[in-house]
Design a protein around this ligand. Structure first.
Ligand SMILES: Cc1ncc(COP(=O)(O)O)c(C=O)c1O
Length: 441
């Protein structure tokens, strides 16, 4: 089926969503508050979610492999998390001071990630990476940061560089040029951002060695999550660790997505100890959240005792009790057995998709680790952002729309996540739906 036919089917099924979108257009630019969730001609409006399912305003039921962009690791409205939130909010919604819930979530996270000796909470992953970058600059006294081409770290200026650049504007593969990812990013940001090629240790070494005296931090999403869930090659992260250590550069792992791949996150799974870590998504149990933490000596810049904080970090809703309680309930449900189950679901999905693509001779592949996966529409071996770019730029969106019509929700770029609310039958349903979409495309 062509994109046109998929769109026709979608619009026929989503009449109420279209009406809501038209109302939204009168009060929000493009009817939208969240660019990442928008797609043409309009997104469906969500009415409720339960377990692995999500229902829209027209009553369409879809299996949710988006999970609010990988946040909902237990699925929608898990009873133990809903109960923890209810118990917290009857005592008040937010306060001008700390609560015990905050201490408990901090304890759980620092236990899971021993590199995180001290931690602070924010309301988003964006605020977490913003603080980590500022902290690295304050600690080292150096102005620049390095990030990887294709990596997304949120929406503040310092990371809105080379997120999904057109390679024609982005220099050579081994020495990528910084490209602004948004209008309004000031030239000073580009001047102070060094862009690294993922999974190319020699090129990274050359760039980092040359920039070292000015480099405060290397910021790494250990899975290049939004860039396509492309795992690090063997030895790549340890090499970055050794290199940054040698030059006194702060190594920041952005585990906003990758923390879900193991009890102790990607740092446990890949056996690398960063200086700082940022968190988000799953640690708030479905409510707005972020956190950053790491070495006690570095984090001490935030210590306000005797008015001595070098960095002031406020936030009206930081560590609010509802989010903290939801995070504690979620982490308590994430036992070692739960991770084994999530891994098995991810393996089953990747195996099924790989067999389907081989059987139908499609020039596609599926990448991923644990419960995370990403569909790619290129035959090129996947190693970095550039290798993952689709040969036909419309392919990911056509697949996304086709899957929506089959009752499956993914992200527009093909990133997906299995949740603990899913069964093996749900995974098989995904593979069968993909087979039908491919058969008609
Ligand atoms: C690796 C990574 N870092 C940071 C962020 C930003 O988090 P938030 O959307 O909560 O601001 C995201 C969001 O997808 C992310 O994937």
């Amino acid at each position: 089926m062509s994109m046109e036919k998929e769109l026709h089917e979608y619009t026929a099924k989503t009449v109420r969503s279209r009406a809501l979108h038209e109302e939204a257009l009168a009060v929000m630019p493009g009817g939208n508050s969240r660019t990442t969730t928008f797609f043409d001609p309009y997104p469906f409006y969500i009415q409720r979610g339960q377990g692995a399912h999500i229902w829209d305003a027209d009553g369409n039921d879809r299996l949710d492999f988006n999970g609010n962009y990988t946040s909902l690791i237990l699925g929608h409205a898990p009873p133990e998390v809903v109960k923890a939130i209810q118990e917290a909010v009857v005592h008040g919604l937010s306060f001008p001071g700390p609560t015990e819930h905050e201490v408990r979530l901090a304890e759980l996270l620092t236990r899971r990630a021993p590199s995180v000796e001290r931690i602070r909470f924010t309301n988003s992953g964006t605020e977490a990476t913003m603080n980590a970058v500022r902290l690295a600059r304050a600690f080292t006294g150096r102005p620049r940061i390095a990030k990887f081409e294709g990596a997304y770290h949120g929406t503040h200026d310092w990371v809105l560089v080379s997120v999904a650049p057109d390679p024609k504007a982005a220099g050579s593969r081994k020495r990528p040029k910084p490209v602004p990812a948004s209008a309004g990013v000031p030239p000073a940001v580009l001047k102070h951002t060094v862009v690294l090629p993922w999974n190319d240790p020699e090129a990274c070494e050359q760039i980092i060695e040359a920039e070292a005296p000015n480099l405060a931090a290397v910021l790494v999403d250990p899975l290049l999550g939004i860039g396509g869930v492309i795992p690090p090659a063997d030895g790549f992260l340890p090499r970055l660790r050794a290199l940054t250590e040698r030059h006194g550069i702060v190594l920041i792992f952005d585990e906003v997505i990758s923390f879900r791949i193991a009890w102790g996150g990607a740092q446990e799974r890949f056996g690398v100890r960063p200086d700082l870590t940022t968190f988000g998504k799953i640690i708030g149990g479905g409510l707005p959240v972020g956190a950053f933490g790491g070495r006690a000596d570095i984090m001490s810049s935030y210590d306000p005792r005797k008015g001595a904080a070098r960095i002031s970090h406020g936030g009206t809703f930081n560590a609010n009790p509802a989010t903290m309680a939801a995070g504690v309930a979620t982490l308590n449900a994430l036992t070692p057995e739960a991770y084994a189950r999530l891994d098995a679901l991810g393996e089953r999905l990747r195996g099924g998709v790989t067999r389907l693509l081989a059987a139908t001779r499609r020039k596609g592949q599926v990448s991923g680790v644990g419960s995370l996966f990403c569909l790619h529409w290129t035959p090129e071996p996947l190693s970095d952002y550039r290798s993952s770019r689709p040969k036909d730029p419309e392919a990911p969106l056509r697949l996304f729309m086709g899957l929506l019509n089959e009752g499956i929700l993914l992200t527009q770029r093909g990133l997906g996540a299995c949740s603990l609310a899913m069964t093996e039958e749900d995974i098989d349903r995904f593979v069968n739906a993909l087979a039908r979409v491919l058969a008609r495309s």
